[in-house]
Design a protein around this ligand. Sequence first.
Ligand SMILES: NC(=O)c1ccc[n+]([C@@H]2O[C@H](COP(=O)([O-])OP(=O)(O)OC[C@H]3O[C@@H](n4cnc5c(N)ncnc54)[C@H](OP(=O)(O)O)[C@@H]3O)[C@@H](O)[C@H]2O)c1
Length: 356
Amino acid sequence: MSFFEGIKELTNDCKLLNILLYTALSIGIFKITTFSLSFSSLIFDIFLKPSINYKKYGAVKSTKGDGKGGAKWAVVTGASDGIGKEYAKQLASKGFNILLISRTQSKLEILSEEISSEFKVETKTLAIDFSTDKPSNYELISQFTKNLPITILINNVGQSHSIPVPFLQTQDEELRNIITINNISTLKTTQIIAPIIQNTIKSSKGIRGLILTMGSFGGLLPTPYLATYSGSKAFLQNWSSALSGELKNEGIDVELIISYLVTSSMSKIKYSSATIPNPKQFVKSVLSSVGSRSGAQERYATSTPYWTHALMHFGIENTVGIYSKFANGLNFNMHKSIRIRALKKQARLEAEAKKQ
Ligand SMILES: NC(=O)c1ccc[n+]([C@@H]2O[C@H](COP(=O)([O-])OP(=O)(O)OC[C@H]3O[C@@H](n4cnc5c(N)ncnc54)[C@H](OP(=O)(O)O)[C@@H]3O)[C@@H](O)[C@H]2O)c1
């Protein structure tokens, strides 16, 4: 090769190198820009965005004692305890009448009395065991709701595994209950209530409808030892986002709410901390941030609203990744050790019971 041919080849190599470098730089700049935008949006959503006004969904605040609060209705499933109870109370405080649906009539009645006297709104109660999946459950919901001007549905009812358990050892009853309560009942209840919301907003111009469904970090991250629960909540993610696409032009906002642990009888956690809010703190964060993605920046019609949960979701998504081997391994070790402790506790309680 002559000297000039060598220079030409080098120049051609440099051109290729330049193209590669510019491409890499452009990709880098694109990634940094999208990350910065998404991070700024996360910070804005969690700390700066003003709370939404529920007049948009037909809230009418009561002037204490006049009995005029709550022209429109909100339906809350799993309403007698934990997170659902807080949804019911906080929506009543914003000026909605509340239909409380749950399993235990006595708990529903106590809550109904508490809400109607404290917030001066109307309440109704409906005791249904969703795990039975009887047609009569849904006939009852239809009867109770057909003449109510409903604008909000909170699909909150849910069941998890009693303790973390390998999938192959999951009892048939637990497996069926989780899927029936978390998935079938949510779908069927929404099929009854969403058309009522459509009619209500058609006849009251200017207001919108809202359907919130409780997801979970268990559905965000594939969770070994909670495989059925994890799958049921992941199902709700796609179902809810798809439904959002169908209903957005009809005036109904549909959103999946993702949460890490909250103190409740389901989580079996009594004391709150920075990463584990109580139901009151958690629901306040949900209701003040409807329409914002917070920690779920990469997901349409989804929100991870509680601030530490939002940072965790964003952090995992942008580092190891939701579906990574690393995240799966960490989750496996965590739930395996929870199972070992839960089994030890069970054995201790059984031994104590035998002594008595
Ligand atoms: N707590 C957490 O750490 C956490 C984290 C992520 C997501 N979530 C989700 O948040 C939702 C609420 O959880 P939570 O912790 O508030 O639960 P919870 O304290 O155990 O309350 C569950 C509510 O659902 C009702 N319920 C349970 N099984 C039912 C059935 N078969 N039929 C009708 N109602 C039934 C209960 O009624 P009774 O009063 O009659 O028992 C109760 O009102 C669930 O979807 C859960 O998956 C919770």
